[in-house]
Design a protein around this ligand. Structure first.
Ligand code: SF4
Length: 732
């Protein structure tokens, strides 16, 4: 047996922990500590440790499946037959209804190479504008707010290693103790260094338990909370006037909007007492450096973009953005949520994070693709709008790496839309709830069986490496697109236009991204191997300005002692014309035309659905540590299932008493969109006006049956995080 150790990265979340893989009996791999990757320094959560379990042919797909016309069941088929059926299904729609009736839905877990190839395939081969991906449900509000304030969206504009050396972090709607446990050490070190951690969450989560201060606002009131804090910053004379004058624009309007949100009014809106608001402002403003980090809590709302803007405004008013050890950042969720939004599978974007509506961007990318820029379709529908149009305007769908039957809002409706399609093809590693509805299912390779790049929540481009061969009968998504391009036409030589070698695809992606906001042109597989990842933007010498030496981490304000920086720039890179990558953004200027950050005036507004007599309680949803997203992979791992076997309804003892419910009793949670049933978990860690459900499961405990599809007007993010429900005991 080969004993080679393959250094690579976890297949799950955006932390992209480093891990070593060694071949193990039974054709699988063993995970071990990889201490050379600085982000997790060898630490892994249970999901990462058990990831090889999904490589087991017993739980995964190893043969294409096609729906039998005789029985209606999915039955094994050969690859040629399956690809022929997909080409025929998509082609029939295109001929009968036009290219825009063919939809493509991608995923934030796809590698950069796959995301890039999928976007190109949709626009060049299918000729459709109707492509989006499940990352729209993840960080799109933070991305939209970042672009309008800073001119650029990169989840974290600084590396995680800066967190322990700042003075205060406000963590808004983020629970890394459950979502990415190895990241907790950064916050623990912050506190060990004398810094302060403030957690904003309607629940006293495991992360909130470790905070110096926990604010528990009513779900959906994060925007009002940020406005109240900004009001106090102004009222207490804590603004940084020189910074506002020199580095920002639009302050006066934003200031006026904040002054309309009196602390007592904000207390009424949020439930957070005024003294806690004042203490938060003191802790945030007194240190020389401070950060605000958001995650899905404030972002997955129909006012998510404005909510993030409100927190960015707080950073700008206090001079916290674009300065050493300070700033605003978003903790992206999915493994390649960052890279997935940069390379063309988003409805309105082209590779390099270029705008699809920008004529120069269209010319550049069309040149790389060898097509006429005018032949590229314009922007399509956002993820929920695309799913909502299935069976009507969109008749056929190609879906890769996503499970919307579980993960989309108003999931019963989305499931019904999917069932109404003329044709559905799904590429996945397991027979997910969505794949089970398909006409054709293609079994594809997984992280340990393929090479490819991802971009972590830090904007660090990483190389995942192949550690073992895929089982017979399984092919990569790149081979799928190659095979479909050969069948669907759209020009000669699919072997050249849709190569199956990931490095070849990456070389093309480099050219396509050159000169764009997310410029990867100076990054290569060789550099990723030698440097353990490279932060974008990283232009090749012919595409970018002269490289400026990247520093070591900036000096920390006293008294925090600085550990050795984990962002390494090799001497060879620093001494050569090679751009070293950009761990820290905006230190000199923001990415706007005039280099100034933009304040965006925002005001409090109600949730899309507020409680009333019929639906008197608020529902919020989230994750548990042992499951990942729709659970398609992790629900197939025994150890994880034992730790988190099913959904539950978390509720306060006062609400439980009113209902007459005891721990473990089945509860029905009912919204205007449907009903979900799960056992009660009674705890004082949640507000009495709110219940919580994790969203990883299908069936009667599917939390997304209940969630609201109201969309943010800018990001098109659905209102996952808050809706009105009633809770009932279920009599047997
Ligand atoms: Fe994998 Fe995320 Fe867990 Fe790290 S924290 S092991 S990347 S799931």
């Amino acid at each position: 047996m080969q004993s080679t150790v393959t250094p690579t990265h976890c297949p799950y979340c955006a932390l992209q922990c480093g891990m070593n893989l060694t071949p193990a009996p039974g054709g699988t791999v063993r995970v071990s500590e990889r201490a050379d990757f600085p982000v997790n320094r060898g630490a892994l959560c249970g999901k990462g440790r058990t990831a090889p379990a999904v490589l087991d042919p017993g739980v995964r797909l190893t043969s294409p499946l096609v729906r039998s016309p005789e029985t209606g069941a999915l039955v094994p088929a050969g690859w040629d037959e399956a690809l022929d059926r997909i080409a025929e299904g998509l082609g029939r729609t295109r001929t009968g209804y036009g290219a825009g009736a063919v939809g493509v839905f991608g995923g934030g877990g796809l590698t950069n190479e796959k995301a890039y190839a999928l976007g190109k395939f949709a626009r060049v081969v299918l000729g459709t504008s109707q492509i989006d991906y499940n990352g729209r449900f993840c960080m799109s509000s933070a991305a939209a707010a970042g672009i309008r304030a800073f001119g650029l969206d990169r989840g974290l504009p600084f590396p995680l290693e800066d967190i322990p050396r700042t003075g205060c972090v406000i963590l808004v709607g983020s629970n890394p103790a459950e979502t990415m446990p190895p990241a907790l050490r950064y916050f623990a070190e912050l506190r060990e260094n004398g810094g302060t951690l403030i957690v904003v969450d309607p629940r006293r989560t495991k992360t909130a338990e470790q905070a110096d201060l926990h604010l528990a606002p009513r779900p959906g009131a994060d925007l009002a909370l940020a406005l109240g804090l900004l009001h106090l910053v102004v009222a207490e004379g804590r603004t940084d006037e020189a910074y506002i004058r020199d580095r920002t624009a639009g302050w006066e309007e934003t200031r006026a909007a904040a002054m309309a949100h009196w602390p007592e009014y904000v207390e009424r809106l949020t439930g957070v007492p005024v003294p806690l608001l004042r203490e938060t402002v003191r802790l945030f403003c007194e240190p020389e450096a401070a950060m605000v980090l958001t995650a899905r809590g404030p972002e997955q709302q129909a006012k998510g973009t404005d909510t993030v803007s409100a927190w960015i405004n707080l950073c700008l008013a206090t001079g916290r953005a674009g300065r050493p050890l300070s700033g605003y950042g978003c903790l992206t969720g999915q493994g390649n949520g960052q890279g997935g939004r940069e390379h063309g599978q988003k409805a309105d974007q082209l590779p390099g994070y270029r705008k699809l509506t920008d004529p120069a961007a269209r010319r550049h990318v069309a040149g790389v693709w060898g097509v006429d820029p005018d032949s590229l379709p314009g922007p399509g529908r956002s993820a929920y709008e695309l799913l909502d149009a299935l069976g009507t305007d969109i008749r056929s769908l190609l879906l890769m790496g996503s499970n919307p039957v579980v993960s989309a809002p108003r999931a019963a409706h989305v499931e019904e839309r999917i069932r109404s399609l003329d044709f559905l093809a799904v590429c996945d590693v397991v027979l997910s709830e969505t794949a089970a509805l398909a006409d054709v299912v293609l079994p594809v390779t997984q992280w340990a069986e393929e090479t490819g790049t991802t971009t972590s929540l830090e904007g660090r481009v990483l190389l995942r490496r192949r550690a073992l061969p895929a089982p017979d009968g399984v092919r990569s998504d790149l081979e799928v697109l190659h095979g479909l391009a050969a069948r669907l036409g759209g020009g000669p030589s699919p072997e050249k236009r849709f190569p199956t070698d990931p490095e070849e695809v990456f070389e093309e992606l480099r050219r396509a991204s050159a000169g764009g906001p997310a410029d990867y042109s100076g990054i290569s597989y060789r550099r990723l191997t030698e440097e353990n990842g490279v932060f974008w933007p990283c232009p090749a010498p012919e595409h970018g300005p002269e490289p400026t030496p990247v520093a070591a981490a900036p000096a920390a304000p006293a008294p925090a002692p600085a550990p050795a920086p984990a962002v390494v720039v090799t001497a060879a890179a620093a001494a050569s014309a090679v751009h070293p990558g950009t761990p820290r953004l905006f230190l000199d200027r923001f990415a706007t035309e005039d280099g100034r950050a933009r304040f965006v005036p925002v005001a409090h507004r109600a949730n899309a659905e507020e409680p009333d007599d019929e639906y008197p309680v608020l529902l919020t949803t989230g994750r548990v540590v042992a499951q990942y997203q729709s659970g398609a992979q992790t629900r197939r791992v025994d150890e994880l299932n034992a730790a988190a076997p099913g959904p539950f309804v978390e509720l306060h003892p006062r609400l439980a008493e009113r209902l007459g419910a005891a721990e473990g009793d089945p509860l029905a949670v009912v919204s205007r969109r449907g009903r979900a049933v799960a056992p009660a978990r009674i705890t004082t860690a949640i507000r009495p006006d709110t219940v919580f459900m994790p969203f990883h499961w299908a069936g009667e405990g599917r939390a997304n049956t209940l969630t609201h599809p109201a969309l943010d007007p800018t990001s098109r993010m659905p209102e996952f995080k808050v809706c009105a429900v009633r809770v009932e005991t279920v009599r047997s």
